[in-house]
Design a protein around this ligand. Sequence first.
Ligand SMILES: *Cc1c(COP(=O)(O)O)cnc(C)c1O
Length: 392
Amino acid sequence: MITSVLPTYNRAPLSFVKGEGSWLIEADGRRFLDLAAGIAVNALGHAHPVLVAALTAQAGQLWHTSNLYQIPQQQELADRLVEATFADTVFFTNSGTEACELAVKMARRHFHDAGQPDRTEIIAFEGSFHGRSAAGIAAAGSEKMTKGFGPLLPGFTHLPWGDHDALTAAITDKTAAILIEPVQGEGGIRPLPDQCLKGLRDLCDEHGILLILDEVQCGMGRTGRLFAHEWAGVEPDIMMVAKGIGGGFPLGAVLAREDAASAMVAGTHGSTYGGNPLACAVGNAVMQIVAEPAFLEGVRARAGLFRQKLEGLVAAHPDVFEAVRGSGLMLGLKCKVPNMDVVNAAYTQLLCTVPAADNVVRLLPPLNITEEEIAEAFNRLNAAADTLASAG
Ligand SMILES: *Cc1c(COP(=O)(O)O)cnc(C)c1O
């Protein structure tokens, strides 16, 4: 008999009842160190006092009005994002998937209104993840996500990750945009080298194509810059954001340059909940903390420390781990044993991690994890690896 909750998830037999900073407390009282952070969502850990205050203050005032009316919290957050990034304009969604939908629509509408209606094709990459909607699965194109869900939304081409020649060959006069994650998350924590991102920007400029970056997972301070593309010194035309921006409250956004967005006039897109007062109150609080240069510098310092420890972990357990990869506090351990064995061994050490494709275990701690907690995470990973090495 089917379960009352549609059984689409492989859930761990854990049920958390409370969160405090980098810690999750299980119903039985055990304290887990949380390097999952709700899949890079709890950017400031659990129950951050500034976020709790922002949410509860707004909850006592006004929850929701829809976008029939002005929403000052939304205006404030849009201004903050425009001020801090390449973007001239922002649309708020509830999720990364919805950000993907709009990014695709915006790119197509841009060329439609520019008198190039045949430019509808979007080039995306193998191993990518852009959400679970019809556009999201068509964009990622992996059999795992698309099987049985056809006919798929047309207009997507998929290329191997990091193959510049294949990319150059794939561009036609029908190409509207290139869509890519600067650091692949679900695909196994694969950072795109800065040179490649620069090359993509050049190609887009040369052919008059839009560059869409999916920073749903790697954005909002995760790599030690507010957005990952800043490391390469290039700017997208359109960018998808979600996960960390709400710190645990459902919130996403599409950021865009004016030229890319100018066809999206009144009536072309909308959302009932998108950017509601509760979500934006929290988003503003998150932005206020994460966009501070000193905070981002701290992320880079903690990331350097964690990475160094993980290199030691890999060296000490060559039978279990192959390599560390990633950027900032978006880290991956490429495993030699099945990655789920590592995830499960970590659970027995009261440590939460996230599996990814390519046999990788993701480590996505809150961005404000302390040095002591990083040392503790290392100890627990080490103990987990010990159990696997002795078993194998
Ligand atoms: C999680 C994720 C999405 C989808 O976001 P949802 O909020 O789950 O809809 C899209 N792109 C990337 C890169 C992601 O990591």
